[in-house]
Design a protein around this ligand. Sequence first.
Ligand code: GLC
Length: 487
Amino acid sequence: MRILMSAPELAPFVKVGGLADVVGGLPKTLEAMGHEVRVVCPLYGCVTRDASFTRHEKPLRVYLGGGVVYEAPIWETVLPGSQVAVYFIEYDAYFGRQEVYDGAWGSHEDNDLRYAFLCRATIDLCYHLDWIPEIIHAHDWPTALIPVMLKTQEGGRPLEKTATVLTVHNLQHQGMHHERVLEFAGLPRWLFVQEYLEAMGAVNFLKGGLKMADRITTVSHTYAKEIQAPEYGFGLDDVLRARAADLTGIVNGIDLVTCNPEADPLLPFHFSAHDLSGKLRCKQALQEAFDLQVNLEVPIFSAIARLFWQKGLDVFVDVADSFLDKVPAQIVLIGSGEPELEEQFRQLALRHKGRVAVLIGYKPQLVHITQAGSNFFVMPSRFEPCGLTQLYAMRYGSLPIVRETGGLVDTVQSYNPKTQTGTGLHFRDLTHDSLLHTLLWAASLYLEHPKAYAKLQHAAMIQDFSWKVPAKAYEEVYKEVLGLRGR
Ligand code: GLC
């Protein structure tokens, strides 16, 4: 099959969240299965063009509303370690700035134009390349107008038969914009009704995509169910319920080559499920790197996340004092986001010098050492479509402590003391009591039941989270959608 992926982020070139890792990983496995996959993404100011980038002689012509045509140079490269062609669209007025979605003062005000442009550019790229894909696979709201454009603008043209798959990585972000974008994108006014793009007086990109994509996927089975109910539906649960038959949950994979404690170049010492001595040395390296008391007996609890409401770490910081009063444990936090929460974590570290370390920001090497050196990984998300960091944590032998939601349920098996099985610890409600209780339970597992802890750690490390299974599931979806359209 010929498959074109269009996405606002793409690892390793530009990453804000897990979506980038998915779009950087899945195409390689699909290619290895024999498909021809290409990827398109904006050339943001922060993307470094190395020697592998070549510029197409002719610029792409992007056909917008009112007969306006924009010319945009195309830069071509490949996804590292594969033959997957990647096309970066250069249009500095929209993408030249460093930040992807938001600058210092909040969301970029022209995100509607920027991403409507990306959607139209994705379609026009096919004509530019003279390559007609059977599937266009869009990711999240920034590319969600692609199905809408295909259905309303491509009638009688070569892309008319191209099928669309839209993956929802996070339903909270929907791209709600002023109706001016319709004219800009050359979309008909009649779309601006509740039945199609309108929601609460705005043009809702994601809603349009959910209405018009041939198939919808999201990144775990549980999240696929959750978003069909009001609690997790962010106002679109009715739209998703109406399309339940076309909605599939597929749990993300991870790249086992780069995420490998036996060979990770960012780790000072290596280890495996069968020989954990390197992990202990990483623990010491972690304590030294963060000025924590060097003590290999105490459990280290880490959290690495964007400091947003979604991630639930406000509750973690609230219970941390009581937790540290009750057990000899250490905490490492890496992340940035809401200024108030950043400050609360900074204060926590000041109150517990030598026991709590906080890095506001993101340093890849320290992230890897933290995953490798800690014993538990705390992820109390209010909602979590899939979550990737808990998968990385398990690979590196840190047991995730997760709230029972979304992909966390699907990927982490809760500890059962009777059978001594599991790959982490679950709790249900995000309350202070239940998080504190679960943290204490984890500490006692480590301190008082080391054999059980070791069993869980081993089980976590040998889980298969590769792209093989999810890529097969995507292939099924593609096949189904093509069959469907053939009929
Ligand atoms: C978003 C979700 C996260 C998911 C990722 C990749 O960042 O919040 O749960 O793992 O997308 O699909």
